[in-house]
Design a protein around this ligand. Sequence first.
Ligand code: FES
Ligand code: FES
Length: 155
Amino acid sequence: MEHALDITLTVNGTPVSRRVQARQHLVDFLREELGLTGAHVGCEHGVCGACTVRVDGAIVRGCLMLAVQANGCRVETVEGLSDSKEIARLQKAFHEKNALQCGFCTPGMLLAAQDLILSSKKPTREEIRNHISGNYCRCTGYQAIVDAIEEVTRG
Ligand code: FES
Ligand code: FES
């Protein structure tokens, strides 16, 4: 029989308490229990980065972390971060540079880019490429994404 546990965490600034299945992944918890569908489920194996969210300030793969592991943590998704200065500027730049097509990778890409902006003021294009190397995009060829992130970092 599946094991269920009670967890309490903060999601986008709001305290949340739920009983979850021990094996439920964080991204599935966010999407299915809380309706936060900004983080996507792609590979489910920690490879594509579509499921990226922030936990206690660090970006993590929501498909590799269990919901129970987020007990007591501060979780932020693209929905909660979209008012932040960096994400708002990134969204504008992504739009202007055509850095998204299907948009599947975009929430994870925005969180990875924000993480870089918060840690490094003027990254090189190489550093930008390295930082988003764990976020796969099937559509754009990455050039426009790097252009958009670079524009924001040159601010
Ligand atoms: S769905 Fe998590 S890394 Fe691909
Ligand atoms: S815009 Fe389609 S996967 Fe990146």
